[in-house]
Structures are given as C-alpha cells and as structure tokens.
Design a protein around this ligand. Structure first.
Ligand code: MTE
Ligand code: MO
Length: 421
C-alpha cells in the first residue's frame, strides 16, 4: 500500500515539497485566532436577533443548552451590531483562502489508510471529520446566505448555529491537541521559511511532509504570500459593504443590499422592495393606513395624522443586516416606541411584537425586547433624512432600534402588540 503512489491513500502520491509542519502550523495559528473571533461574533449575532423572545423566525428559539448564553442584547453603543456583523462576515470571507490552504496542506492525512490504527486514532479521525465537515458547512452556508439570501429550507439561523457548535467543539479539541506543536514548529523550523532556491522538503516524513517530494517551484514564504494575497483581495472587495459613497463601490463581492437605491434622502441600501413584499399603495395611503396598537389597556387605532400629533423625536442610526452590509447613520424621525407603549397603558415598557402589512415571506414580523422599547432612540420612524420614508424603506412607518440587526427593523408596520413575550 505504502509504495503504490498512484493512490491518494499512499503517502508518496502527494508530491508537494511545501507540505510540512511549518506551513500547516502558520495557517493553523491564523485560523486559531480567526475562527475564535468568528465563533464569538457569530454567537453574539445570534443573541442580537432575539431568538428566545418569540418563535417567529426560529422554530427552536431557546436552542436548549446551547442557548445558555442568550442575553438581552444592549442598545449601546448604537453601532454595536454594525461592527459585530461587519467583522463576522468580512473576516469569514477573508479567511476562505487560509482555510483552503490549510486543508490542502493536510489533505494526505485525510486519505491515509488504514482508517484507524487504534481507538484513539479512530476517535481522532472522527473528530477530523467533524472538523473539516463543520468548517466547510459553516463557510458554505455563511457565503450562500450572504450572496443569495436565505436559500435554505427552513431558516438559515438554526443551520448555521447548530453547525457552529459542532464545528467549534471539534475545533477546540483539535486546537488543544495541536497548538503546542504548532507553536514549537514555528520556533524550531525557521529554515523552512527560506527562498525557493533553498527550500528543502520538510524534515520529518511522518509529519505531513511528502516522502518523495518534487523539486519546489515556489518557496513556502511565496506560497503563504499567495494565500495572504488571496485573503487581502477578498478583504478589499468585501469590506466596503459597511462603507458609503465611493468606498462602497469596492464591495464587489458583497451584495448591494438589493436594488440600486438611487440618490436623495432615501438613497441608501434597500433590502426587500415594497413590490417584492407585495405592499400595495392602496393600503399605505393616508386614508387607508391605520396602525393598530394593543397593550394592557386595550387597542388603539392610529392614522398617520394621529401619529403626527404625538411628540416626534429624532435618532441617527444605521441599518446593519445580518448579511454584513450596513448603511452609515441615517437621520430618522418618528414616534418613540416607549410613547406608543404608554398610549396603551405601559409606563414601564414591556416587549413588543411588531407585524407588517406584508402577508408572506420572511421578516414580516419581529419581536423587540423591553430594553429596546425603552431606549428613547427606538422609533416608529415616519421620516428619514428630512423626507417621508420611501415605499421601499417602509412607508408609511417602520421600526428603527439602536444596535439591533436590520431584520428587527420591520418595514410597513401595521400592528404592534405590547406585553411580555
Ligand atoms: N416587512 C419587512 N420588514 C423588513 C424586512 C422585510 O423583508 N420585510 N427586511 C428586514 C431586513 S433583513 C433588513 S436588513 C432591513 C433593511 O432595511 P432597508 O431595506 O430599509 O435598508 O429591513 C428589515 N425589515
Ligand atoms: Mo437583513
């Protein structure tokens, strides 16, 4: 078996002289840091979405013991979700070349036979299956969600969330086993960093290196630079998704947040248009539209003119989507959620369930937590940047909450039900 180099299970099948402990260790340590950040920002992102408040999007809202950490997402600083999600998505995309290079560097191991030499070895290989499978699953579902928007049966959230835990469990075990050696390798194997003329096959054949290496065509440093260059290119074509104006146009790989938003006060990214959501102008007109607010003391129905007679307040807040893109701060004006709560008998604001005019599709309703309702910057906005909301931004009224994911900022609001959820 060992000598038949035509089979990928034979060590001699793999000829690259670059494979070896140094190359794998560098990539491994980059992933150790990067994936830890992805995991933390991912868990935070999930908490921010209020999954445990109401099972509107998520069919397993409390996530059992995996939801142990869920907490009331704060409203300060108001750019918290924008930063968290920008880091999560941009970093995830940037790490793709590193992940692929790392898998390339260890691929002979994945084919090695016999499948298991001992119970310990068998366990290690099962954990590698979860590690590699988990990594590919998380990166693929993440990229698909960002690029194509929710192409999954059911919801993206439970898939990506449960996948993250499986992946991170295997990742933690793997990191605990390998990090000490990786650090040693970086210290001990300095010579493997040398230019191509002096690049020699890695020292120990058992440790990832090919037993019959080809002559090198690129140095390990050169190969790392190639991987790093790929990451840099992805970074530069993604990071602009959180910027404005010209910089935003550099976000070639990031979705625009829907169609061209045009210019003027309403000229910022649009996720779903009014047409897509099936909103008819007949139901949003001044004559027809009524906001139905329910709470402890009953139900009130408010037309646009009734809302305009309530105190109007302003707040400068961004929209930050789970997909990673965000707008800069927009100047919203409307009625405070806490004033609406008070109208129906809640002086101490409770949670609220918000429903839109939209009849089908995702995100037509959302649950906000008491601390979000209580923030004086949380508005049922009627205006943005000094003008009435455009149909695509949620005319006649939309929710906007500081530090919350875009998905909680319901557009075309029809009904608000205050009370503990
Ligand atoms: N009714 C309704 N509200 C909605 C959505 C929707 O599809 N329907 N999309 C949400 C999502 S996912 C985001 S990111 C923001 C986008 O707001 P914008 O289109 O004004 O930028 O609106 C939110 N409000
Ligand atoms: Mo979103």
């Amino acid at each position: 078996m060992r000598d038949d180099s035509r089979l990928p299970s034979a060590p001699g099948f793999w000829r690259s002289p670059l494979r070896g402990p140094w190359f794998t260790s560098v990539l491994g340590l980059v992933l150790l840091v990067g994936i830890t950040v992805l995991f933390v920002t991912g868990l935070l992102s999930y908490a921010a979405y209020n999954p445990d408040l109401a099972s509107v999007n998520d069919k397993t809202p409390d996530k059992g013991i995996l939801g142990f950490y869920l907490f009331a997402w704060p409203t300060n600083p108001y750019w918290l979700y924008r930063l968290n999600q920008g880091v999560h998505v941009t970093l995830g995309i940037t790490l793709i070349p590193v992940l692929l290079a790392k898998l390339w560097s260890v691929v002979p191991r994945l084919f090695a036979l016999p499948p298991a030499r001992s119970l310990a070895h068998a366990l290690e290989r099962v954990s590698l299956l979860l590690l590699v499978g988990g990594a590919l699953f998380e990166f693929v579902t993440g990229v698909l969600n960002v690029q194509l928007e929710y192409v999954f049966p059911g919801s993206f959230y439970p898939l990506h969330f449960y996948g993250a835990w499986v992946f991170f469990a295997a990742f933690t075990a793997h990191a605990a086993l390998k990090t000490p050696a990786a650090v040693r390798n970086l210290r001990g194997l300095r010579k493997e960093r040398e230019p191509v003329a002096e690049t020699e096959p890695a020292a120990e054949p058992e440790t990832l290196a090919s037993p019959r290496p080809d002559t090198p065509t690129v140095s390990r440093r050169g190969a790392l630079a190639f991987v790093g260059g790929g990451s840099l290119l992805l970074f530069l074509t993604t990071a602009g998704q959180s910027a404005d104006g010209l910089l935003r146009r550099t976000a070639l790989l990031a979705p625009r947040g829907g169609p061209d938003p045009g210019t003027g006060p309403n000229g910022f990214q649009i996720n779903k248009t009014a047409r897509y959501a099936g909103i008819r102008t007949a139901e949003t007109s001044r004559e027809a539209w009524r906001l139905v607010v329910t709470g402890r003391t009953g139900t009130v129905r408010l037309g646009r003119d009734d809302l305009l007679r309530l105190p109007l307040h302003s707040a400068s807040l961004p929209i930050a989507c789970v997909e990673g893109w965000s707008t800069s701060d927009q100047w919203w004006r409307g009625v405070r959620l806490l004033d609406l709560a008070a109208l129906v008998g809640h002086d101490d604001p409770p949670d609220v369930f918000v429903e839109s005019l939209q009849r089908r599709g995702a995100f037509r309703h959302a649950a906000l937590r008491a601390n979000q309702v209580a923030d004086p910057r949380s508005l049922l906005a009627l205006y943005v940047n000094g003008e009435e909301l455009s149909p695509d931004h949620g005319h006649p009224a939309r929710v906007i909450v500081p530090a919350a994911p875009g998905v909680l900022n319901t557009k075309w609001v029809a009904r608000m039900t205050f009370g503990d959820l």
